[in-house]
Design a protein around this ligand. Structure first.
Ligand code: PHE
Ligand code: CO
Length: 255
């Protein structure tokens, strides 16, 4: 885990300084190219909440300064960004979310990873996740997810809960007045899958079903075979509000 980042400076909560001055001109230029490519796609494929939020972020020119974005976020929904060296352990991740802190990786991918990267980098984390934290309902949902994560650890159910994150926060679709749109960060930050998930006839697009999601394994190195579609963040909030304890037990006993 976390093979790539520098974990030597990380605190007990795995946070680091962003040290914005260390990004090179080449990195800012690569970030800008990634941003430009996705900007051509999002008007057609991103959900309206994401499109609304990115406009206020002034994030097109260079890798954003997390402290400046955190000030805006705190005012909007009480969230902030915390810089991390890369993937972090479950307990640290859930604890950050449960305190309305979203971990964002500090490093940017290499130029040869322009089209594809397995680990999250600053472009994925920032472009994909941060804009939606300006949406009140999404922001509250992710807070609940963090608390639910700590609970799932106690119940030894993280694997089931992680599938929920995968099929919503990372690869979720939403029905809108304009048709199906993406709100999952793995889609919003992807050069190829963002159009694929909406337009291609091949993948399944299933209505949101909590228990089915928790039973559905996923692949991390190819386009998804199944997407789950919500009607709204209100629906996501509502359907994840019940106590998962009996659901975890039911799934576990039938497998
Ligand atoms: N309702 C979930 C539980 O009882 C917590 C949760 C809320 C998990 C929202 C994910 C998203 O465990
Ligand atoms: Co992500």
């Amino acid at each position: 885990m976390g093979l790539r980042g520098d974990y030597t400076q990380a605190g007990a909560d795995f946070s680091v300084e962003q040290d914005w001055s260390r990004y090179t001109a080449e990195e800012h230029a690569l970030y800008r190219r990634l941003f430009d490519r996705q900007s051509k796609l999002v008007p057609r494929y991103a959900c309206p909440e994401w499109i609304r939020a990115i406009a206020h972020l002034d994030a097109a020119r260079e890798i954003p300064r997390f402290d400046q974005v955190s000030s805006k976020l705190r005012a909007a929904t009480g969230w902030e960004i915390v810089a991390v060296p890369g993937l972090i352990p479950d307990a640290a991740f859930f604890t950050h979310l449960a305190n309305r802190r979203f971990p964002v990786t500090v490093w940017l991918r290499r130029p040869d990873e322009f089209d594809y990267i397995v680990e999250p980098d600053v472009f994925h984390d920032f472009f994909g996740h941060v804009p939606l934290l300006f949406d009140r309902v999404y922001a509250d949902h992710l807070h609940e997810y963090g608390k639910g994560g700590l609970k799932a650890m106690r119940l030894d159910a993280v694997k089931m809960l992680a599938r929920l994150y995968w099929y919503t926060i990372e690869f979720g679709l939403m029905t809108t007045a304009q048709g199906v749109r993406a709100y999952g960060a793995g889609l919003l930050s992807s050069g190829g899958e963002l159009a694929y998930c909406v337009d291609d006839p091949k993948p399944r697009r299933l209505p949101f079903d909590l228990e089915r999601i928790m039973r559905t394994g996923y692949i991390i190195d190819r386009y998804q075979e199944s997407y789950f579609v919500i009607d709204s963040f209100d629906q996501l909030m509502r359907e994840t509000a019940p106590d998962f304890t009996p659901i975890y037990a039911r799934i576990r006993s039938s497998q």
